[in-house]
Write a new protein. Structure first.
Length: 350
């Protein structure tokens, strides 16, 4: 980190941070309502008629192209880490569809009169590092002068069409797995308030810059029925998208859900992102047996570059567990819940 950068706290220049910047789900619904195109494109396998992670276009040769775009304001003060996190988060959408990324373009908004251009260069360097870890080039991009720092990527990827995974194809009896711990939204708010230790920042950054490469491996298993990544709408919000789209309900075992080991230190100080309450306002009527304050805060915490949520048939559970172990993720090899027949609630917390 340069001496110039140590004087800059990126989170002080933005009103939100990470995927916590997402527009309130209720407002987003209003924006999108009635804005669907009437045109029909047979090659468009996944478009804006669903709430999936990326668009998918059938190339007609057994392969499909995945395209996604994702960007946000700083969730950390270190410019290089901001670039890595934003890039990792954007690339994740390709993995969530079961694909492998091919190349990316950058999206940069920068307050050039407030923050030196060299700091923006460090953001790009972080993104290049994340793209390199994914085995893809950062091929180009577009930039504007903006009031707040903004960064992200548009990412293209490829998937064998038969291996495409969606967030609305879960089945009754499926087991649920999550590949990263919860708590990133709380950590982002703690960083913005300046009440977090370097050790804890390092642990959060480690997870937010961990690529969800397992998605490409899961895609080759027929018994992995549905998949999505957990970001700003929280674990609960993305699970509800999965249950509603699949016409099933879910039972969630809260004590099985991985969380950052030190997160209670910050919950004790009531450090809660604003979007947590917005998420809960949307989710509350659809959830049974969720009254404990800690559980509400964590299940509605807006994640940045969160893990994959996967819905797995009973006959494939052991193969999925093997992949976790092979990839050194033993702590995530236990299911956090199960899909059940549709009932009066989308999610029952047990």
């Amino acid at each position: 980190m340069s001496s110039e950068q140590t004087k800059i706290q990126l989170t002080k220049f933005s009103h939100g941070g990470g995927c916590g910047c997402k527009i309130d789900p209720a407002v987003l619904h209003e924006i999108l309502s009635g804005k669907r195109s009437s045109d029909v494109f047979p090659q468009l396998l996944v478009g804006n008629n669903s709430n999936d992670d990326a668009a998918v276009w059938d190339l007609g040769n057994g392969m499909s192209m995945i395209n996604t775009v994702d960007f946000f304001m700083p969730i950390v003060d270190d410019a290089f880490d901001f670039g890595r996190i934003a890039a990792t988060n954007a690339i994740s959408d390709v993995y969530a569809m079961g694909g492998k990324p091919a190349f990316a373009n950058a999206i940069l908004g920068w307050p050039v009169e407030k923050i030196p251009a060299s700091i923006a260069g460090e953001v790009l360097n972080g993104a290049i590092a994340a793209c390199s870890a994914a085995g893809i080039p950062l091929a180009g991009g577009h930039s504007i002068d903006s009031p707040e720092p903004i960064f992200g990527l548009s990412v293209n990827g490829l998937v064998a069409t038969k291996n495409l995974k969606r967030n609305n194809t879960a089945c009754v009896g499926d087991f649920l797995f999550l590949t990263k711990p919860l708590g990133m939204g709380i950590m982002g708010s703690s960083i913005k308030r300046g009440v977090v230790s370097d050790e804890h920042i390092g642990e959060a950054v480690k997870w937010m810059t961990t690529l969800n490469k397992l998605g490409a491996e899961f895609s080759e298993l027929d018994g992995v029925h549905s998949m999505t990544d957990v970001t700003g709408f929280s674990l609960l919000g993305h699970l509800i998208e999965m249950t509603e789209g699949s016409n099933v309900s879910a039972e969630l075992q809260f004590d099985k859900i991985p969380v950052l080991g030190f997160i209670d230190e910050y919950l004790a100080h009531k450090i809660i992102p604003g979007n947590t309450k917005k998420n809960w306002k949307i989710n509350q009527s659809k959830v049974k047996n969720l009254t404990d304050e800690r559980s509400i805060y964590l299940l509605n915490d807006p994640q940045t570059s969160g893990g994959l949520l996967i819905s797995v048939g009973a006959d494939t559970v052991e193969k999925v567990k093997e992949l976790f172990v092979i990839n050194g993720l033993n702590e995530f090899a236990n299911p956090i819940g199960r899909m059940v027949a549709k009932n009066n609630f989308e999610v029952n917390v047990i």
